[in-house]
Write a protein that binds this ligand. Sequence first.
Ligand code: ATP
Length: 144
Amino acid sequence: DRESEAGGVAVVGLGRFGGQLAGALIRLGHEVLAIDRNADLVQRWSDQLDRVVQADATDEDALRQVGISDFRRVVVAIGASVEASVLTVLAMVELGVAQVWARATSEKHAKILAAVGAHHVIFPEAETGERVAHLIVTRMLDFI
Ligand code: ATP
């Protein structure tokens, strides 16, 4: 119900990024609904996450059936397929999700995500690369 899902987050895509994100949210005490179209991944994550469902997240009816409208926050963690990522974000926006976070793999991908209504666009690979560069430089200064 709406009350219990208020602090919950739905995560679409249980790849390396989405899987780690979902696990971290659980450890932070949030309810997580995870969605992936891959049955093997759904099976693998089912004992670590509260709710893991197999569904095609580009399908608005399927999202409605899993109760996505009860979630104020959704993270679209699909990276490789720009089409699946964009169609999923569009479906979330159409369903009225208040905060859609979307993973982009390029600047153009990010522009499309923003154009279809994503509220926050994230670049996990670029952000990690940048952070590690700073870490290396800081550590190097430690030895001067
Ligand atoms: P990562 O880098 O996080 O490992 P990836 O880029 O290798 O991810 P992706 O193709 O981005 O892999 O897919 C991430 C996950 O999203 C996969 O587990 C995939 O099954 C899932 N996924 C892709 N498209 C859909 C979709 N339309 N509906 C639901 N899940 C999807």
